[in-house]
Ligand binder design. Structure first.
Ligand code: UD1
Ligand code: CA
Length: 464
């Protein structure tokens, strides 16, 4: 198959409207397990070994999301056939090979189905191979007409007679075409049908009529056709994706106490022996190593969690945490942070764009931004790195074995040397050399008897 890769290309139709979704963006960008549907489709084509991929889009958000693919614009949505016509020059560039057409809103098309359909397509010598599925409720899908085993046609739901409407083998909207035959057939499309659209299915009809050979590959599962037209459909896709993801990780030796509220994206890696507790959402390229414990109630996006690390009731984005660290509860790890082994980060601590060295403890109520913190430091409660002066963000450096007292402000840019101390309540504006103590606070004065008069008034008021 890989030696055919050069001759394979793919056109993904992603210019449809989807008003019923009521989404603030294009329908194909609605997310299933935290990943836009269009990216599921692109990744399936890639995983099937197809490198030349063209996305037909009508909006800027889709063009952006189609990063890494060629893009052709469909300015007016005149139907699936018209959408493919918009990619005609892409087809011509690849006309000696075969083109897979996919729908950008059917995320469960899988590489195996794509490959198996390609194998049948090549073996049969057909000019088109329609990928079909048998479903319980054929609803609005195009129906597959067969004569014996052979494909006899596709009829759109809107154009079906009663007998045709009862057919449960439906057109998935995915096809392998001989590219040259596709280009030729596109030239014959007309919009004289119930919806007044240029149907891609009519290209199949034209190929059938020409006698160049048209076949049908019946996919093994019905899910490959599933798309989403409204929020209820989208929830169903999420439920299916999620059930599958958890099943896959269970089979691989990952522990779960419950499926409740656990959401795992398709590209997440979890090593055997890790535990995922209820309410944990793992998105993107998140990786959880063996023996780590995630949750309850945590959100991880593109986060790596090292072996044996606890990540409890916290959120982390685009960052790395080492081995045997203890994070949470209620910690926010913001992008571009590296947390080394055995670090302890406790409640209400935020870390952003910072490196925290091995064994350091940030136990409570602390903000660390744009900082490089050494090994085995102790930060008291309420330390704040003042990283923003209103114009620019500056970096702060803290050496190894430093002790930052409670309620210290570190006004960046500033450096605390190895083993230095800051007294509680200190606002550090100048560098502190290694081994020194910085005290930066007003000396305490005591005014004897000052409170007594006030206190009497207060007690009188409360005693009324
Ligand atoms: C199409 C098929 C139908 C099949 C179904 C599978 C046709 C005529 N019918 O129907 O047989 O059962 O898919 O889901 O092809 N799109 C564009 N531009 C357009 C119209 C659509 O890019 O002008 C894209 C959509 O974003 C979507 C895909 O094409 O990703 C399918 O479009 P959709 O309107 O859902 O096609 P259906 O009418 O459902
Ligand atoms: Ca559809």
């Amino acid at each position: 198959m890989s030696n055919c890769a050069d001759s394979m290309s793919c056109v993904i139709l992603a210019a449809g409207e989807g008003k019923r979704m009521h989404a603030p963006h294009s329908k194909v960008l609605c997310e299933v397990s935290g990943k836009p549907m269009l990216r599921w489709v692109i990744d399936a084509a890639r995983a099937a070994g197809i490198e030349k991929i063209c996305v037909v889009a009508s909006s800027d958000d889709v063009k952006q999301a189609a990063e890494g693919c060629e893009i052709r614009e469909q300015k007016e949505r005149l139907g699936t056939g018209h959408a493919v016509i918009c990619a005609k020059d892409f087809l011509l560039e690849n006309q000696d090979g075969n083109t897979l057409v996919l729908c950008g809103d059917a995320p469960f098309i899988d590489p195996q189905t794509v490959r198996d359909a390609y194998a049948q397509h090549m073996a049969s010598g057909a000019a088109v191979t329609v990928i079909s599925a048998v479903v319980e409720q054929p609803g609005a899908y195009g129906r597959i007409l067969r004569q014996g085993d052979a494909l006899a046609g596709i009829v759109e739901a809107a154009d079906c007679d009663e007998r045709q409407r009862a057919i449960c083998e439906i057109n998935s909207g995915a096809y392998w075409f001989s590219t040259r035959a596709l280009v030729e057939a596109l030239g014959t499309l007309k919009n004289d049908n119930a919806q007044g659209e240029y149907y891609l299915t009519d290209a199949v009809a034209a190929i059938l009529k020409s006698g160049k050979g048209a076949g049908c590959f019946a996919a093994s599962g019905a899910d490959i056709v599933l798309g989403a037209n409204n929020p209820a459909d989208l929830l169903l896709l999420n439920e299916i994706a999620n059930r599958r993801a958890i099943d896959r990780h269970l089979a691989n030796g990952v522990h779960f106490l419950s499926r409740d509220g656990v959401v795992i994206g398709p590209d997440v890696v979890i090593e055997p022996g890790a535990t995922i507790l209820p309410g944990s959402i793992l998105y993107g390229s998140t990786k959880v190593c063996a023996g780590a414990k995630i949750g309850p109630n945590s959100l991880l996006s593109n986060l790596t969690v090292g072996p044996g690390t606890v990540f409890n009731a916290s959120q982390g984005y685009d960052s790395r945490i080492g081995a045997n660290a203890h994070i949470g509860p209620f910690v926010h790890i913001r992008p571009n942070s590296v947390i080394d082994d055995k670090v302890k980060i406790g409640d209400y601590v935020e870390v952003k764009n910072s490196h925290i060295g091995e064994g350091t403890s940030l136990a409570h109520l602390t903000y660390i931004g744009d900082s490089d913190v050494g090994r085995h430091c102790n930060f008291g409660c309420g330390v704040v790195v003042v990283n923003y002066d209103g114009e620019v963000k500056n970096r702060t450096t803290v050496g190894d074995f430093a002790f930052i007292g409670c309620n210290t402000n570190l006004v960046a840019p500033v450096t605390i040397g190895d083993g230095a101390y800051t007294a509680a309540g200190t606002t550090v504006t100048k560098d502190v050399p290694a081994g020194a103590l910085a005290v930066g606070r007003a000396r305490q004065t005591v005014i004897e008897g000052w409170a007594a008069k006030k206190l009497q008034k207060y007690i009188a008021k409360k005693s009324k």
